[in-house]
Design a protein around this ligand. Sequence first.
Ligand SMILES: [Zn+2]
Length: 109
Amino acid sequence: MLKRLYPARHLTEAHLIRGHLESCGIAATVRGEALAGGIGELPLDACSVWVEDGEFEAAEAALHALHHGNPPADTGAWLCAHCGETGEPQFSACWRCGCERPQSPAQTG
Ligand SMILES: [Zn+2]
């Protein structure tokens, strides 16, 4: 069963996201305004990206990564706040600019 992941502003964005998801191994579908809605949602004048129910969470994470430039959390990698470089989990400073690894407030253990 498909779930709507992301309402894109235009077809290009929808396909960009679909391409990104597919590169992450997540099958995504782009649906246009032909979507027969009528389920209380706002009228769609653009297209949206849909993914399988079971892949929704992974797709959300991939989408988040795309928008915020963060690698998926489960790799343990981190992002340099200074230069935006991705740091390996075993390093506590950026290999590129030497900035310290940012603290993650969500990490509790
Ligand atoms: Zn850096």
